[in-house]
Design a protein around this ligand. Structure first.
Ligand SMILES: Nc1ncnc2c1ncn2[C@@H]1O[C@H](COP(=O)(O)OP(=O)(O)OP(=O)(O)O)[C@@H](O)[C@H]1O
Ligand SMILES: [Mg+2]
Length: 259
């Protein structure tokens, strides 16, 4: 079993040393568990994922991130990926000049030592089966990474990377945004295929709808840079019905619904 612990995490952005975005996030995820993170716009959900993955624009000023007790903050970005962390981004970037397939094979082999690299045949076989699971046309593998991909294709491709790389922990930031109903089902099927004793995920979403397909074990609500409430799937249902105002009142946070 693996464990990802986030302890009292404080983060600010590079160019603004006055403003703290994360103000003490505490969160623990074990493999075998899927956690959902919900929260109003601008509360720091994507900042949390950026800090976990080591985006250099985000400065950790206090707190710890531990993967099986190892200090993640001391690791370079590529070391974090090799250690088993994966980020599916809210806005994945386009990388012209590198095909999707080459990118994934390089990423898989970066995690392996010289004697155990994945060969082309094994890679293509795996790629075929995962693309079939996600109903993706074969041609997507040979296109430049994310270049000209539609919003939904990018999200589906993030899940393809997830299935190919088989990380220990995945942080999936709004993988449901902009997806049509069929794509939502396909993406959920991909995440559910990863479920198991050796995999844990943190799924950032605004909508209960996704959680109908991927049932979370734990739901966290983030507001104003902190996890303010933790519960089971019923918490997401409550949010859907009531919005954030009532929960904010309960916890004693000043929060105003936008007009
Ligand atoms: N690189 C940056 N430069 C300046 N401000 C930033 C930067 N990144 C995040 N912020 C600010 O930090 C706050 C939190 O942003 P973040 O993207 O983490 O929110 P979020 O919870 O993911 O919101 P959403 O639900 O809209 O995706 C916002 O006010 C945002 O403007
Ligand atoms: Mg975000």
């Amino acid at each position: 079993m693996s464990i990802l612990e986030i302890k009292d995490l404080h983060v600010r952005v590079e160019d603004d040393d006055q403003r703290e975005i994360l103000k003490g996030v505490n969160l623990t995820i074990n493999t075998g568990e899927i956690h959902a993170i919900m929260g109003p716009n601008g509360t720091g959900k994507s900042t949390l994922s950026a800090a976990i993955m080591g985006n250099p624009h985000y400065i950790v000023t206090q707190g710890e991130i531990l993967l099986d007790g190892q200090d993640v903050l001391a690791m370079e970005v590529d070391e974090r990926a090799r250690a088993g962390l994966f980020l599916g981004m809210q806005y994945p970037s386009e990388i012209p000049g590198i095909t999707n397939a080459d990118f994934m094979r390089a990423a898989i082999n970066a995690k392996r030592d010289e004697d155990h690299k994945m060969g082309v045949m094994e890679f293509l076989k795996k790629l075929d089966s995962k693309m079939e699971l996600l109903n993706m046309p074969e041609a997507m593998a040979e296109r430049y990474l994310n270049e000209g991909f539609s919003g939904g294709e990018k999200k589906r491709n993030e899940i393809l990377q997830l299935l190919m790389l088989e990380p220990t922990f995945a942080i999936l930031d709004e993988i449901d945004s902009g997806l049509d109903i069929d794509a939502l089902k396909v993406v959920s099927k991909g995440v559910n295929a990863m479920r198991g004793a050796n995999f844990g995920a943190m799924i950032i979403t605004h909508y209960q709808r996704l959680l109908n397909y991927i049932t979370p074990d734990v739901v966290h609500i983030m507001m104003e840079g902190r996890v303010v409430k933790t519960g089971g799937p019923e918490l997401a249902k409550r949010l859907e019905a009531e919005g954030y105002v009532k929960i904010a009142e309960e916890i004693g946070i000043a929060y105003h619904e936008e007009a």
